[in-house]
Ligand binder design. Structure first.
Ligand code: FAD
Length: 336
């Protein structure tokens, strides 16, 4: 099912959420994730799940195997990420076709991070001695959105990445500024993007400003499009410092102070982390006027922290009798 159809079918005042997973490297890791996912799909009931894609197609087989598990075996609406730099057109075609065959109807269209960024970005073709020069077609995520829409029309619901902290460039001069980034989000949306999913952030104000800016944008492009804020539950102090550094997400001083106070106690960091993320969710719920409201969680394939946040914020949808029967084929047989 398409994510946008599912969102449109929700009651007006509903909240929904998605969970992101990456394909494990080993068979054992895959088996562990399989049982975790079965459990999480029943107990948490996300509207959809995301499966990440390794830049340049490095995880293509494993990402597709994970998408097969989530979409086909577990019956979860799946959004497959797909990057386009350093990917031949052939690889992109294969990925899209495989996704279609699996019944995946949602793609998050991304640029990905080129291996040799500046040089690559300027000539767009990688090494130069690469026989397959089809990368020229795909320099930016907008190129991929355009390609998917041209080739598959409306078969796929296509999402794109948004970066809320373009706003706070004054305190972070190294960050992309929103002024330079917004035209590209406009381009991606004009190319046919159906929803926007954001980079992780801890600065709720920055997100709220970003959402307001998009919603009120004079183009009208963002008036109705789902904008899904990306939140990363806090698993440990070290992981938090590393991921915020990598993503250029600002850690507001009050959040940092609360975590600094307990940083030597892993359990306490997790507990305070659940408080922090839950407060972020509640605050976004309050400020977001466009409903239904969505939240995306970067799970890092872990269950507990996100489960606590979802429970605390009452984001887990109640099970209807129809869900209970359709979830379990044996039950359906009994009813019939
Ligand atoms: P684009 O929208 O193409 O933008 C990239 C940069 O180029 C922007 O700074 C923009 O300002 C600039 N730009 C865009 N178009 C033009 C143009 N025409 N001319 C000049 N400049 C331009 N990466 C992975 O490898 N795998 C994943 O699974 C993955 N999942 C992600 C999920 C989310 C929700 C997010 C937010 C990011 C994810 N990423 C993933 C990371 C992403 O690939 C990187 O952030 C990448 O650097 C940018 O991708 P993009 O799609 O935003 O690119």
């Amino acid at each position: 099912e398409k994510i946008t159809d599912k969102i449109n079918a929700l009651p007006k005042d509903a909240n929904y959420f998605s969970l992101e997973f990456f394909p494990p490297k080993t068979q054992q890791g895959f088996a562990n994730l399989h049982s975790r996912l079965s459990r999480m799909s029943h107990s948490l009931r996300p509207l959809f799940v995301n499966v990440t894609w390794g830049a340049g197609g490095s995880t293509s087989e494993k990402s597709l195997a994970l998408a097969e598990l989530t979409q086909r075996q577990l019956g979860l609406t799946t959004c497959l990420h797909l990057t386009c730099t350093n990917m031949s057109r052939k690889l992109i075609d294969e990925a899209l076709e495989n996704a279609r065959v699996l019944g995946v109807k949602n793609i998050l269209a991304l640029r990905g991070d080129p291996p040799r960024s500046e040089e690559y970005r300027l000539n767009g073709t990688g090494d130069g001695d690469d026989e397959d020069d089809s990368n020229k077609d795909f320099t930016w995520a907008a190129d991929l959105v355009r390609y998917i829409k041209m080739k598959y029309r409306d078969y796929f619901c296509v999402g794109v990445a948004g970066y809320p902290e373009g706003h706070s460039d004054q305190s972070h001069p190294d960050n992309q500024s929103l002024d330079s980034d917004l035209p590209h989000l406009i381009e991606k949306t004009k190319a046919g993007a159906d929803f926007i999913m954001t980079q992780l952030f801890y600065d709720v104000k920055a997100y709220q400003n970003y959402e307001a800016l998009l919603r009120n944008h004079e183009s009208g492009l963002f008036t109705n499009i789902p904008i899904i804020p990306g939140l990363m539950p806090i698993q440990s102090y070290q992981i938090l410092r590393r991921t915020t550094k990598l993503s250029h997400a600002k850690l507001p001083p009050d959040i940092l102070a609360r975590l600094d106070r307990v940083k030597s106690d892993d359990e306490a960091v997790k507990r305070v982390g659940v408080d922090i993320i839950s407060e972020m969710v509640e605050s976004i719920k309050q400020s977001t006027t466009k409903t239904p409201r969505g939240f995306h969680f970067y799970t890092l394939n872990l269950e507990k922290a996100v489960a606590h946040v979802l429970e605390r914020c009452s984001l887990i949808p109640t099970l209807t009798p129809a869900d209970a029967t359709s979830d379990d084929p044996d039950d359906v047989a009994v009813v019939e």
